[in-house]
Design a protein around this ligand. Structure first.
Ligand code: NAP
Ligand code: ZN
Length: 348
């Protein structure tokens, strides 16, 4: 018998989220049932629920920054036991057989990984995410949250943390490298913390100087306002790596001009509009423009362990479930410091 749990769901692109109930499947032999304690609010939840990225299987429960405690395990589960502190991020399955899965890069599964919400689960049902009391996930896609991290500040690491850790590592952020982070919201503030902990020289490029003090406290060495045209003259040719976390349209060419020779700008921000690039922003300095999607399961565990070792949690504002619509409006207004996290006890 499936278990009925409370949740908050989107029912249409232009309607507020509403309280509802959803069914969670019985625990299969390799499944873990997680009692969700905290669920982070990612801007992707909003893009998805509002239909900005395409069709939505309403009603839909979003949320892919899940932290909780194991409540039940299937008979063949070996890695988890009841009471363990665990997390789930943006994917809950992948084909397990393709070239990318064989390399352990489930996020780039050639058949498409199964997203934590709005995906098609192996039983054909639509996956429902973390703004709910429980989730049932195959153990291969469950992460261990190290003891040093509280569950509320750990939840955002499951998406914001790994989505910034992965490109920072892939493109070699570390001592001697100059890294810029564009946008200091949920992803951006974790990028600042992680790049600093990796030893890079970190610059924040934010719309204004409103959050400068926070940026410097979180580990940035420099902080500039992109509303000031002098920023682009002063920083021309400066950076080895730019991580763009902005959720909206941006003049990419202006930012590409800030890359040094052989520098790379990585977009993790995922606005729905096409972003035009002038090739002469790249050619004269052999610059690269790239994208990056979350991170693998192994890399997500590595990131959680790294964050615990360096004492890096997210900066959060904990909210009750019935404040979720208000929180979404604040995310859209870039008024988030720096991640909203739903206390799922308030769903009861
Ligand atoms: P967020 O908390 O809303 O942060 C985005 C930040 O971008 C804002 O805080 C703001 O920073 C800046 N910004 C917003 N609107 C802007 C505008 N019109 N012009 C310039 N800057 C603007 O969002 P998030 O949760 O970090 O997510 C950011 C993006 O990453 C979203 O598009 C999300 O879907 C995407 N994402 C991608 C992946 C992936 O795997 N690639 C994973 C997760 C999320 P300032 O106030 O500092 O300017
Ligand atoms: Zn996300």
């Amino acid at each position: 018998m499936p278990t009925t749990v409370k949740a908050y769901a989107a029912t249409a692109p232009d309607r507020p989220l509403e309280p509802t109930t959803i069914e969670r499947r019985d625990v299969g032999p390799r499944d873990v049932r997680i009692e969700i304690k905290f669920a982070g609010i990612c801007h992707s939840d909003i893009h998805t629920a509002r239909g900005e990225w395409g069709g939505v299987p309403y009603p839909l429960v979003v949320g892919h920054e899940i932290a909780g405690v194991v409540a039940e395990v299937g008979a063949e589960v070996t890695r988890f036991a009841v009471g363990d502190r665990v997390g789930v991020g943006c994917m809950v399955n992948s084909c397990g057989e393709c070239e990318q899965c064989a390399k352990g890069l489930q996020q780039y599964c050639l058949k498409g990984n199964t997203q934590t919400y709005a995906g098609t689960d192996r039983d054909g049902t639509v996956t429902q995410g973390g703004y709910s009391q429980q989730v049932v996930v195959t153990e291969d896609f469950v992460l261990r949250i190290p003891d040093g991290l509280d569950l509320d500040v750990a939840a955002p690491l499951l998406c914001a943390g790994i989505t910034t850790y992965s490109p920072l590592r892939h493109w070699g952020a570390g001592p001697g490298t100059k890294v810029a982070v564009v946008g200091m919201g949920g992803l951006g503030h974790m990028a600042v913390k992680i790049a600093h902990a990796l030893g890079a020289e970190v610059t924040v490029l934010s719309q204004s100087l409103k959050k400068q003090e926070d940026g410097l406290r979180l580990g940035a060495d420099h902080y500039f306002a992109t509303s000031d045209p002098d920023t682009f003259t002063e920083l021309a040719g400066r950076f080895d790596l730019i991580v763009n976390t902005v959720s909206a349209e941006l003049d990419l060419n202006a930012y590409l001009s800030l890359l040094a020779v052989d520098g790379t700008m990585v977009n993790v921000g995922a606005p729905p509009q096409p972003l035009p690039i002038q090739v002469f922003s790249l050619i004269p300095a052999r610059r690269s423009f790239a994208g990056s999607s979350i991170g693998s399961i192994a890399e997500t565990q590595e990131m959680l362990d790294f964050c615990a070792e360096h004492g890096l949690g997210a900066e959060i504002e904990v909210i009750a479930a019935d404040q979720v619509n208000e929180a979404w409006e604040r995310v859209l207004a870039s008024d988030v410091r720096y991640r909203f996290v739903i206390d799922t006890a308030t769903l009861a």
